[in-house]
Design a protein around this ligand. Structure first.
Ligand code: HAM
Length: 455
């Protein structure tokens, strides 16, 4: 099996080169191996942020009745070529592809919507109650140039509403879920950018107008824009090249050219958002980097200040035609996906406080060899009674164990020594004021629970 990124077949030989030796700041010694470029370890210290994010996604899914779906990390490369579009950066430059020994060409999934539609069609999910609300989360891969908020392995959660009528209420509902999610994790100063990119009827007219406009400036455009002028002119509105920016500003506005059905739909979305009190900013240059969208497209980002440098925290839109593209029938669908890494960076940049740790835990301390043996069994007894228990087996001195309990923020400790074993009792110590009391072992669980409840 060999991996290549879409545009860089030269990388095929890279595995044969020696790993670079680099001294890492804070590491124990010079290391031969590091995490691959653009990818990250999530260390224990960062896990509370990740737990918070996963928890928020789970909460939103439960609140708005989305059912979980998991699809494989590898899919047929053609699924993305057909689904996302041959002319997109994701397909042209960013896909990690591999050829199996059997000759199949697979890709590490760069996004979740095309796999979700593949699964919906494959499992005949149109037979289930429609619209179907599905969500997913997990790792995705894009061979992008790493920079702030842009990685090669990224984590997304997507919320999708599939099937049923083509009703703007569902566009608004997807946006509502994300709006609520950002509020849940307490990210502030967020702007919702929204646009409509029409349908099969009005889009060709708009594209022709856009082409005519850009052709007048063709020589001054960047190489990518020159190439896309004929192949996929909408992408020009998405170009980040400084030279192309002035032309974008004066480009014709799609919102003026929408057919009446698309115009009605977009008006409907905005009215629902007004009703929900979700403010938005119309952005006629928002076209998104994936070709499957029609009508509504949206992104949310921090408007200014800490977190604004990260770009879009999430994005999505309607993709009614994707089902036909992948062999099914026209099916109304709308959804979006949020990037965990950007969400976490925004939370940190805005100095969001994580909710206080659950303090309902007890720290078990032993003094002496006999007590150590008993303590192992005692901790299990406490766990079976539903208590969260921590110990520091291996640290023999009372002082060392107390120090750890203190450092980890425990308020209650249970101390077991030889005397207590003979008396069938334990010492309960309040670590905040050092007051302690001898309790019979038979009453231990109830007493601990009572004390933890009082805190
Ligand atoms: P997307 O805009 O390509 O949309 O990605 C969604 C989010 O994933 C972005 O807003 C960002 O937070 C995160 N993201 C994307 N690329 C990177 C990267 N290289 N590094 C870090 N984070 C990244 C989609 O993927 C669509 N499938 C969304 C969708 C669902 N549309 C309809 N349904």
């Amino acid at each position: 099996m060999s991996f290549t990124k879409t545009s860089d077949k030269k990388a095929e030989g890279a595995a044969k080169t020696e790993p670079k030796v680099k001294k890492i700041k804070g590491a124990e010694k010079t290391l031969a191996f590091q995490v691959p470029k653009g990818m990250h370890d999530v260390l224990p210290a960062d896990q509370p942020w990740w737990n918070r994010t996963r928890r928020a996604v789970e909460e939103m899914a439960a609140t708005y009745n989305f059912l979980r779906i998991d699809t494989p990390i590898l899919e047929s490369a053609e699924l993305f070529q057909r689904g996302i579009g041959e002319e997109t950066d994701v397909v042209q430059k960013e896909m990690y592809m591999l050829k199996t020994k059997g000759g199949d060409v697979l890709a590490l999934r760069p996004e979740g919507t095309a796999p979700l539609v593949r699964a919906y069609l494959q499992h005949g999910m149109s037979r289930l109650g429609q619209p179907l609300r599905l969500y997913y989360e997990g790792p995705f891969f894009r061979h992008e140039r790493p920079q702030a908020g842009r990685y090669r392995q990224l984590t997304q959660a997507g919320f999708e509403i599939i099937g049923g009528p083509n009703d703007p209420i569902f566009d608004a509902q997807v946006i509502l879920v994300f709006d609520r999610l950002l509020k849940y994790v307490k990210i502030g100063d967020v702007v919702l950018k929204i646009n409509s990119i029409g349908c099969r009827i009005c889009r060709p007219f708009y594209k022709r107008q856009l082409q005519t406009y850009y052709k007048r400036h063709e020589q001054k455009l960047c190489a990518d824009c020159q190439r896309r002028l004929n192949a996929n002119v909408l992408r020009l509105l998405d170009c980040k090249n400084e030279n192309c920016k002035p032309f974008k500003e004066h480009a014709p506005n799609f919102l003026d050219k929408l057919c009446s059905a698309c115009s009605q739909h977009f008006k409907g979305v905005l009215e629902y958002l007004d009703e929900l009190g979700i403010s938005y900013s119309l952005d006629n240059q928002l076209v998104r980097g994936l070709d499957y969208y029609n009508r509504t497209v949206f992104e949310m980002m921090v408007q200014q200040g800490p977190g604004a440098e990260l770009g879009a925290l999430l994005g999505g839109g309607r993709y009614d035609y994707l089902f036909e593209e992948l062999g099914g029938r026209l099916t109304p669908a709308v959804g979006g996906a949020v990037g965990y890494e950007r969400l976490i960076e925004a939370m940190k940049a805005q100095k969001v406080n994580l909710p206080a740790k659950n303090q309902k835990r007890v720290f078990v301390i032993y003094v002496g060899e006999l007590a150590k043996r008993k303590a192992l069994k005692l901790t299990e007894q406490l766990r079976s009674a539903g208590l969260a228990v921590t110990e520091a087996f291996g640290k023999e001195s009372l002082r060392a164990q107390l120090k750890i309990a203190d450092k980890e923020g425990f308020s209650l400790a249970l101390i077991l020594g030889q005397k207590e074993i003979y008396e069938e009792s334990v010492i309960l110590r309040d670590l905040r004021n050092s007051l302690q009391e001898n309790i019979s072992m038979s009453k231990m669980v109830d007493e601990i629970k009572k004390r933890l409840k009082e805190k």
